[in-house]
Design a protein around this ligand. Structure first.
Ligand code: MN
Length: 223
C-alpha cells in the first residue's frame, strides 16, 4: 500500500533523526572536571569545550587569571579554575600545575578525538605585538616556545612562568604546540597575544569537522 510504504519511510526517517540527535548529544558533551592535589598545590579545573567563553578563576594570581580569561573568551570555552598553591615560595608551582590540570581537562574532554579538526592555528595582534600559535592534538607532547619579553615581570608576574604554564599543558594534554611572538615591545601585550592566539588555535583544533565524521583524523587510526 503506497500510504503504508510512505509511513514506514517516514518512521525510518524519524528514527534516523533521533539517532542522529543522540549521537550529536554524545559529541557535544565535551566536558571534564579534574582535581589534583599535591604537597605544593591544590587545583581543580572544570572545562566545557563547547561553552560560550565564560571564565571563573580563583588562583591568587590576577595576571594569570587575566590570561586564562583570554583563553576562555577567544576559545569559546567555559573554564573554571580554583587553585591554592605555595605562592609564599613562588608562583612557579601553581602556574605550572594549572597548566597541567588544564591539559588533562582538554585530553579528557576530547576523549578519543573522533571527528575533530585536530590542527589549529591563529595569529593575534594587540597594538604593536603579534603572536602566532599552532597546535596539533597529536597525542605526543612537544613545545616550541619562541617568546622574548623586554621585561622580567608583568606587574608581579614572572614572565618565565608563561613557558612553564604551556609546558605543563603540553605534557598533560599530549599536544604539539608552537608558540612564536613575531613582534612586540610591551610585555603585557606580548603575553596577551600569546594566550589569545592559543585560545583561537585550540578552538579551531577541537572543533568538529563534519567531513571527518566518526573517524580519528590520523592515518594511524588513533591519536
Ligand atoms: Mn590586558
Amino acid at each position: 500500500m503506497p500510504s503504508g510504504l510512505f509511513m514506514r519511510g517516514r518512521d525510518t526517517g524519524i528514527l534516523g533523526t533521533l539517532l542522529e540527535r543522540a549521537s550529536r548529544r554524545r559529541m557535544s558533551a565535551r566536558q571534564a572536571s579534574i582535581k589534583r592535589d599535591t604537597r605544593e598545590t591544590r587545583i581543580s579545573v572544570s572545562l566545557d569545550l563547547d561553552g560560550t567563553g565564560k571564565g571563573s578563576f580563583q588562583t591568587g594570581l590576577p595576571f594569570l587569571e587575566h590570561m586564562l580569561d583570554q583563553v576562555a573568551r577567544h576559545g569559546l570555552f567555559d573554564i573554571e579554575v580554583q587553585a591554592s598553591g605555595d605562592l609564599d615560595i613562588d608562583a612557579h608551582h601553581t602556574v605550572e600545575d594549572i597548566g597541567i590540570v588544564l591539559g588533562q581537562a582538554f585530553a579528557e574532554a576530547l576523549g578519543d578525538k573522533k571527528g575533530i579538526t585536530r590542527y589549529g592555528h591563529a595569529y593575534v595582534p594587540l597594538d604593536e605585538a603579534l603572536s602566532r600559535v599552532v597546535i596539533d592534538f597529536s597525542g605526543r607532547p612537544g613545545l616550541e616556545y619562541r617568546v622574548n619579553y623586554p621585561r622580567a615581570r608583568i606587574g608581579g608576574f614572572d614572565v618565565d612562568l608563561v613557558h612553564e604554564f604551556f609546558q605543563g599543558f603540553v605534557n598533560a594534554g599530549q599536544v604539539t604546540l608552537h608558540i612564536d611572538n613575531l613582534h612586540g615591545i610591551n610585555s603585557h601585550h606580548i603575553a596577551e597575544t600569546v594566550f589569545k592566539a592559543f585560545g583561537r588555535a585550540a578552538r579551531m583544533a577541537v572543533s568538529p569537522d563534519a567531513r571527518v565524521g566518526d573517524s580519528v583524523p590520523s592515518t594511524k587510526g588513533r591519536l
